[in-house]
Design a protein around this ligand. Structure first.
Ligand SMILES: [Cu+2]
Length: 140
């Protein structure tokens, strides 16, 4: 590889790295009573999500409603939390376990949520069904 060609390829690589880190956004979800606001958010791959006002709440992903290959998480009670960059596309369903009986949950849609079909196939009930419907509505 000649010098010019290797310089161009090094610069291109640097600009791709730079643009992906500069463009990655953080999205804030807060709590109002026993509910997350907004309940459904759409983000780009590589973005992060934070939760605040978590006094009596946690954020726990639901393993059965995660995109294949995505890592889940469970935050500590009462503490703000930020995800790592979410790079696997799909719909991430999560709940506040202590308040799940009151329907306290949410969905993060990263890029193209192809796993919504998988979620539908499980015939979700109750609060999970409601989240699924909200997620579908957000995609229209
Ligand atoms: Cu809660």
């Amino acid at each position: 590889m000649n010098y010019t060609k290797s310089l161009v390829s090094a610069l291109l690589g640097a600009s791709v790295l730079l643009s992906s880190s500069v463009m990655a956004e953080n999205h804030l979800v807060t709590t109002v009573g026993p509910s997350f606001k907004p309940m459904v958010i759409k983000i780009a791959p590589g973005d992060t999500v934070s939760w605040d006002n978590m006094l009596t709440h946690i954020v726990a992903t639901m393993p059965e409603y995660l995109p294949a290959g995505a890592e889940g998480w469970e935050s500590a009670m009462g503490e703000s939390f930020t995800t790592p960059p979410l790079t696997v596309e799909g719909a991430y369903f999560y709940k506040c376990t202590p308040h799940w009986g009151m329907g306290m949950g949410g969905v993060i849609i990263v890029g193209n949520p192809t796993n919504l079909d998988d979620v539908k196939a499980t015939k979700p009930k109750g609060a999970a069904k409601r989240l699924y419907k909200k997620a579908m509505k957000a995609m229209k």
